[in-house]
Write a protein that binds this ligand. Structure first.
Ligand code: BV8
Length: 235
C-alpha cells in the first residue's frame, strides 16, 4: 500500500541544470545576463518585439541536443509505477519532462516550442524561430505570433487546475526552484494549509525552505532518483 496516494510535483530550472540548460538566479544564470524588464514582460514585447523574439529564439535554439537527465527520468518512472496519481507542474519552458516520458503535466509558464497567435488565440507547436513576419496558419496567415510564454505580470496557465490538484494531494514535492516567483512560490503554503506533506529537493535551501516538512539538499540527478525509490517503496 503506498504511503501517498495523490502526489503533486513542482519543478524549476534546477531540474534541467544538469542537462545543460541555464538556471535564472544562480551565479551566471540568465537573469545575471539579461534584465527581466527588457525581455520577459508584455511591456518589453510592446516596446521592442524583436529583442524579445531574439531572446526566446536563442533559448529555443539552445534546446537542440539537450537530453532529459536522471531526475527527469526518475519522475517519469514515478508516474508510470506509482499506484496513485502523479501530476507534474513545471515552471520550466523546456520539453525535457515530455522527452523523459512524463504524460500528466502542466507547463504553468508556457513552452518554448509553442507559439501563441495574437489574433485567434491558438497555441500551437512551433519548433522554428518566431520572427516579426511569422504568421498563424490557423487564421490563414494574418495573425501575428508571439512566444507561448507567461511573462512577468501575466497570469500563469491552468491555475484553477493546479489549486485543485493541491487541494486533493497528500504529498507536495518542490524540486530545483529557488522559490522567488509567485504564484508558484506560494504552493508550499497552500499545500500545508490543506494538510499536505511537503518536501523540498534542491541544491541548497530555497527562499521558502523553512516552510517544508522535509528538505533534502543535493544535485537533482542524485537526490530525485533516491526520493522516487523511497516513494515507490511506500516509505
Ligand atoms: C502573476 C517564463 C497574477 C519566462 C517565468 C507577490 C505575490 C504574487 C505575485 C507577485 C508578488 N510579487 C511580485 C509578483 C509578480 C511576479 C513575481 O513573482 N515576481 C517575483 C520576481 C517577485 N509574478 C508574476 O508576474 C506571475 N504572474 O503573479 O499573475 C497571479 C497571482 C496569483 C495567482 C495567479 C496569478 C508570472 C510569473 C511568470 C514569469 N515567467 N518564466 C522565461 O523563462 O523566460 S518565471 C522565471 O522564474 C523563470 O522563467 C522560471 O520559470 C521561474 C522560476 O525560477 P526557478 O525555476 O526557481 O529558477 P531559479 O534560477 O530561480 O532557481 C533555480 C534553483 O535550482 C536554485 O535554488 C538552485 O539552487 C537550484 N539548482 C541549481 N542547480 C541544481 C539545483 N537544484 C537541484 N539540482 C541542481 N543541479
Amino acid at each position: 500500500m503506498p504511503r501517498y496516494d495523490r502526489i503533486v510535483i513542482l519543478t524549476g530550472a534546477g531540474l534541467s541544470a544538469e542537462s545543460g540548460i541555464a538556471t535564472f538566479r544562480d551565479k551566471d544564470g540568465i537573469w545575471s545576463r539579461y534584465n527581466i524588464e527588457d525581455v520577459a514582460t508584455p511591456q518589453a514585447y510592446a516596446r521592442n518585439p524583436e529583442r524579445v523574439l531574439d531572446f526566446y529564439n536563442m533559448r529555443r535554439e539552445g534546446l537542440a541536443g539537450k537530453q532529459p537527465n536522471a531526475a527527469h527520468k526518475a519522475l517519469a518512472r514515478l508516474e508510470a509505477e506509482h499506484k496513485g496519481e502523479v501530476v507534474v507542474v513545471t515552471q520550466n519552458i523546456d520539453n525535457l519532462h515530455e522527452a523523459a516520458g512524463t504524460k500528466r503535466m502542466i507547463h504553468m509558464h508556457g513552452e518554448l516550442l509553442s507559439a501563441w497567435c495574437l489574433a485567434c488565440g491558438t497555441r500551437q507547436a512551433w519548433p522554428a524561430p518566431i520572427t516579426l513576419t511569422s504568421t498563424c496558419p490557423h487564421c490563414t496567415g494574418v495573425g501575428r505570433l508571439r512566444p507561448d510564454i507567461v511573462w512577468f505580470g501575466e497570469m500563469p496557465y491552468q491555475m484553477e487546475a493546479i489549486y485543485e490538484h493541491l487541494s486533493e494531494a497528500d504529498l507536495f514535492v518542490s524540486i530545483g526552484t529557488s522559490g522567488n516567483v509567485y504564484p508558484a512560490a506560494g504552493f508550499v503554503a497552500e499545500a500545508r494549509q490543506n494538510g499536505v506533506h511537503t518536501v523540498e529537493l534542491n541544491l541548497e535551501p530555497s527562499e521558502g525552505a523553512s516552510l517544508f516538512h522535509e528538505t533534502i539538499h543535493g544535485p537533482a540527478t542524485r537526490v530525485v532518483p533516491g526520493f522516487v525509490d523511497r516513494i515507490l517503496r511506500g516509505e
